[in-house]
Design a protein around this ligand. Structure first.
Ligand code: GDP
Ligand code: ZN
Length: 335
């Protein structure tokens, strides 16, 4: 009663308990441990509840939690955490993993909004086949895509290079893909690339040496990615462990650095589906005689007719045939 009496028990001062749960994004996965990035920038090591592994097995996925997953965690006394919930994924990029009896899906990255393919003017020179694979992958998984052409500084004074790069820029722009011409060295186009990456999750893919790391460092110096250390030659033939890593951007949003392109197996795609992921072929395909036309040998094919007559913009038909052949050999469908 006598609240004011000095003898009254002091109000039981609850020890200011740290919130025991938090929301975060998975930045890295090593199989059994995950790096979870909290909104305040803190990183915490977490394990996943055993039930997620069982669920993953049921739906034939190899990994219950993927980089890019939005998760709820419970903080443990030892400073680690337990992933207690995985939010539904909006998108995912995956590859096929060989299993004991049948191949399973390995989710590489979840919740990706956009994929950017980085190329360079020279050293290494622009590789449209690589670009088309990334664009097909993006179309297949339903994420936006764009092209970055770096090392623009090397083009100055090279008329032939200017013409060639001009051709690729207008081709990809005419197909509806944004194209950015950049120089990490001179800081050209860096602001535009940063704007494109802000407030979303973007996968950035490119062959070694194009300046992807330099460019991302220019976008956000805090990333501090290693640059210029891997030469094209030493990379070849060497088995590199591939870790997808998600980085927060100071401007907002995340980038996911991808170690290579071979990973983007178009693993559940059948040959007749491929044409639908070449945006310029889409309007033609409905006029093909056979619904399962693969647009290379079939009679009554509207695509090959357009190629033969030179109508329509089918500059990428060669790329199409190349990817089609790899799908037929089964390279993209797992071993
Ligand atoms: P990554 O393998 O794609 O991550 O490429 P790096 O960022 O490691 O860069 C590879 C090499 O290209 C390094 O020697 C960089 O200094 C160089 N480089 C990167 N960006 C540019 C650029 O815009 N212009 C020029 N001339 N060189 C660049
Ligand atoms: Zn056809």
């Amino acid at each position: 009663m006598s609240d004011l009496s000095p003898e009254a028990d002091p109000a039981p001062e609850a020890a200011p308990e740290a919130p025991s749960t938090a929301e975060g994004v998975v930045a890295r996965s090593t199989g059994s441990w995950y790096d979870v990035l909290l909104p305040d920038g803190e990183r915490i090591q977490a394990r996943a509840r055993g039930k997620f592994r069982l669920i993953a097995e049921e739906i034939d996925e190899t990994n219950p939690v993927a980089v890019g997953d939005h998760v709820e965690i419970r903080l443990e006394d030892d400073g680690t955490a337990l992933i207690t919930d995985i939010r539904p994924r909006t998108t995912k990029l995956s590859r096929r993993a060989a299993g004991r009896r049948h191949s399973r899906e390995h989710v590489l990255v979840a919740n990706v909004d956009a994929a950017w393919c980085v190329q360079s003017v020279f050293a290494p020179k622009f590789n449209s086949g690589f670009v088309d694979r990334v664009l097909v992958m993006a179309e297949a998984y339903g994420v936006e895509a764009g092209v970055v052409i770096n090392k623009a500084d090397l083009m100055v004074g090279h008329k032939k290079a200017e013409e060639a790069i001009g051709f690729w820029i207008s081709l990809y722009e005419s197909l509806g893909y944004p194209v950015l011409l950049t120089s990490a060295e001179l800081g050209i186009g860096v602001d535009e690339f940063r704007d494109a990456l802000t407030d979303r999750t973007s996968v950035v893919a490119g062959p070694s040496g194009v300046g992807k790391s330099s460019l991302l460092n220019a976008v956000d110096p805090a990333l501090d990615l290693r640059t210029g250390e891997v030469s094209q030659k030493t990379q070849k033939g060497k088995h590199t462990t591939t870790f997808y890593t998600l980085y927060p951007l100071a401007a907002g949003g995340y980038v996911v650095d991808t170690p290579g392109i071979r990973e983007f197996g178009l693993w559940d795609m059948t040959p007749p589906e491929l044409g639908g992921y070449f945006v310029e072929m889409r309007p033609l395909i409905q006029d093909c005689r056979f619904p399962n036309c693969t647009h290379d040998h079939e009679p009554g094919c509207a695509v090959t007719a357009a190629v033969d007559e030179g109508t329509g913009t089918l500059e990428r038909y060669g790329s199409y045939l190349y990817i089609l052949a790899s799908l037929r050999r089964g390279e993209d469908r797992g071993r």
